[in-house]
Write a protein that binds this ligand. Structure first.
Ligand code: ADP
Ligand code: MG
Length: 704
């Protein structure tokens, strides 16, 4: 028998085939359960009455009590609307209907007293309420309160199309009522008594009722807590389960020894001493690869914290155990940067390294593939080109992925499949991600953090300047150039408005060239539309110090390393997100000199933008910046659309619910420790729900 909550939505009282279709198309509600999880996005207090004199647009929803004095139809046929004048002792407003006019005409009676509820808007300079909820007071047993829906009333998101079918917030509320009335009292709990007790959670059934029809604010809070916990707990449990399965089922290559390659480099060619944080991470990696299990580790570390050399040492561990290694980066520039860095570090070592990208010539590519197969090649560095079919390693033992969040999960998976025996995987993030996000996105990975910068780094001084200060800013750049430093000037380039941005960039380049004329100054430019040969040339000129200024789009965002560049000027800084700004700032402060980051903006800024600029000026700590970014933008925007699917929460909010997430995660960890395969009777409900949620989450087809 079909579980009540799995019933198709059209079978719910009050829905039927036509509205069922609308609910599916517009709101993605296919089943009773989907509806039940269509939670209110806010609540309004129906016990509070306003007077008409208090009504203004600032109040999202108001409830009024008064008398209808006049009802008229206004306008011509197709634009007709019904207007009712509504009055209390403080004034008069208009109630307006564009739809259901005939019905409302019959219902409303001049001279009678009503309770009205809705969103005040201004039209023609007057306050009115369009399509209010309205109830006659005489029909109320308790005349001072609209009792039909309780005190706190949920407000639901809906669409214009829905509204045509009376599926506005109120319509949805009615359906929720029908659903809950029909809900069997035997509805399954999903958490064990133990967990419910530990966190003082109310039952699932109670939470589901109270979230839609809260008795009072306190109960609503309890319902929200319960449902958020539920959502986060099962997600964490799923992630931990998949990690568990990976550990139990999948064998990794056993790197039993640290050998010549590693030791020789570590003791004789490493140009600096590792920081303690770097050593700690290496230890983690060493332990993983020596365990016989496959390593799946996320390496977090701020810009400039020295992730590359850690990656290289991990790659050397592979060599010592007869394996090849590869490093994959998201852009060609970054790939060639890594190639150069690593080739340079390996210059006195018998290690053969190649680079493979989309622009590698066919003949060269053939040679690389051949050497990859016969084992002549030790390290391969590149872009996505590495995971194309046809790229076959003789014995791939270690995969490093830099700037992870640009790679989709599927691309990651593809790499895993390149060998019979899975290689170890080290994923490095470009910028720190907040703990809550990391736990969710990479909940199935182990995490290491480099929380210390190499010694001797000077913090980059960051200032925020307005357009009006531009000349002074240019003056400062000239001083720095006179000291022998180099300067980045970055323009935003956002995909959708690329053409406009492009013009900005070009105009900017011209005015910079005028302001910094030849022969005294030399200005380079790089952007995404250039041929990579030209890009490389310009980058090379800048790297070698042959140009003073590099005008660029965010192509340089990731990874470029020019220690002599000490000034980063960011044009239209208000258009960049926080982590992007931080990433860009990380391009300077790499040498011994004091470095500067200048955020140039217009004068009219939103509060969010002000906060972004202030955060940048106040801190250099990537983790602090990531947290602020999460609060400002929400998780979906931070990780990009590729992976945001996993973040489609019904009720939890990673920016706000980190404490609940922490508890949910710990609970899941504890649970699997005590009952790894969820065999204990008391955990039956949990394993059942887990199986169910896997079934549902596997079925993405219904989303589109
Ligand atoms: P990121 O973590 O941003 O990828 P990189 O690996 O590019 O950082 O390192 C930034 C710079 O710091 C590089 O020039 C690198 O050579 C240098 N570096 C890395 N580790 C150390 C260290 N322990 N001591 C001194 N310099 C280091
Ligand atoms: Mg890097």
């Amino acid at each position: 028998m079909l579980h009540y909550l799995e019933s198709p939505i059209e079978f719910l009282k009050g829905v039927g085939p036509q509205r069922g279709e609308i609910l599916k198309k517009e709101l993605g509600i296919f089943s009773f359960s989907d509806l039940l999880q269509h939670y209110p996005f806010r609540y309004v207090d129906r016990s509070r009455f306003y007077t008409i004199s208090e009504a203004n647009e600032e109040i999202a929803y108001i409830q009024l009590k008064g008398t209808i004095t006049r009802i008229t139809s206004v306008g011509l046929k197709r634009t007709t609307r019904l207007v009712a004048n509504f009055k209390d002792e403080t004034g008069t407003i208009e109630l307006v209907w564009f739809q259901g006019i005939k019905w409302m005409r019959e219902l409303l009676k001049a001279g009678k007293t009503y309770i009205v509820f809705g969103r005040p808007t201004i039209f023609n300079g007057k306050i009115n309420i369009v399509h209010p909820e309205i109830e006659e007071v005489a029909l109320q047993p308790n005349a001072n309160q609209a009792v039909s829906f309780g005190k706190l009333q949920g407000i639901y998101s809906s669409t214009e199309k829905c509204k045509v079918f009376a599926l506005d917030s109120k319509g949805i509320l009615k359906l929720q009522k029908n659903l809950i009335q029909g809900m069997p009292s035997s509805l399954n709990e999903t958490l064990s008594k133990n967990i419910l007790n530990t966190y003082q959670l109310i039952s699932l059934r109670e939470a589901q009722i109270q979230i839609h029809f809260p008795k009072d604010a306190l109960t609503l809070e309890k319902a929200q807590l319960r449902l958020k916990f539920e959502e986060l707990f099962f997600l964490q449990l799923r992630l931990l389960k998949s990690k568990q399965i990976r550990i139990e089922k999948i064998h990794g290559k056993l790197f039993s020894r640290i050998g010549e390659y590693f030791n020789n480099f570590y003791h004789h060619h490493l140009p600096f001493a590792l920081t303690n944080a770097q050593k700690k991470v290496l230890k983690d990696i060493r332990q993983d690869v020596g365990s016989g299990k496959q390593m799946n580790r996320l390496l977090q570390g701020d810009v400039g914290s020295g992730k590359t050399v850690v990656a290289l040492l991990a790659m050397l561990m592979a060599l010592d155990n007869g394996c090849q290694a590869c490093l994959m980066a998201p852009t060609e520039i970054l790939a060639s940067q890594h190639f150069e860095t690593i080739t340079d570090l390996m210059k006195d070592m018998p290690v053969k390294i190649e680079i493979l990208t989309g622009s590698t010539k066919a003949a060269k590519r053939r040679l690389i593939l051949e050497q990859l197969m016969n084992g002549e090649l030790h390290f391969l560095i590149g872009t996505h080109a590495l995971i194309e079919t046809g790229v076959q390693f003789q014995n791939l033992g270690m995969v490093v992925i830099d700037e992870q969040h640009r790679f989709g999960v599927e691309q990651r998976a593809k790499l895993w499949m390149k060998n019979d025996e899975l290689p170890h995987v080290l994923v490095m993030t470009a910028t720190p991600i907040p703990r809550t996000l990391a736990m969710t996105l990479y909940g199935d990975l182990d995490v290491s953090v480099i929380d210390e910068l190499p010694p001797g780094r000077k913090l980059v001084k960051t200032v925020h300047k307005y357009e009006a200060n531009r000349l002074a800013v240019f003056g400062f750049l000239k001083e720095q150039i006179a000291l022998g430093r180099q300067v980045y000037i970055v323009y935003p380039l956002i995909e959708e408005s690329a053409k406009l941005d492009y013009n900005d960039l070009m105009a900017g380049f011209e005015s910079i060239s005028r302001e910094f004329p030849l022969p005294q100054y030399k200005v380079s430019i790089v952007h995404g539309k250039m041929k990579s040969k030209d890009k490389d040339y310009e980058m090379q000129m800048f790297k070698e110090g042959k140009t003073n200024i590099l005008v660029a789009t965010t192509v340089i965002e990731v990874g470029v390393n020019v220690p002599n560049a000490s000034v980063m000027l960011i044009e239209s800084a208000e258009r960049f997100g926080l982590s992007q700004l931080h990433q860009l700032r990380g391009r300077v402060g790499r040498g011994a000199d004091q470095s500067f980051c200048i955020l140039l903006t217009g004068s009219k800024l939103s509060n969010d933008t002000r906060l972004r600029m202030r955060t940048m000026c106040e801190t250099n700590d990537g983790f602090v910046i990531a947290e602020t970014d999460l609060k400002l933008r929400g998780p979906g925007d931070i990780v990009g659309t590729q992976q945001s699917g996993i973040l489609n929460f019904k009720i939890a909010d990673l920016a706000k619910d980190s404490a609940i997430l922490e508890k949910a995660r710990n609970t899941a960890v504890e649970l699997l420790k005590q009952d790894p395969h969820l065999m204990m009777a008391e955990n039956n409900m949990i394993s059942e729900k887990l199986a169910n949620s896997e079934k549902i989450s596997g079925n993405f087809s219904r989303v589109s």
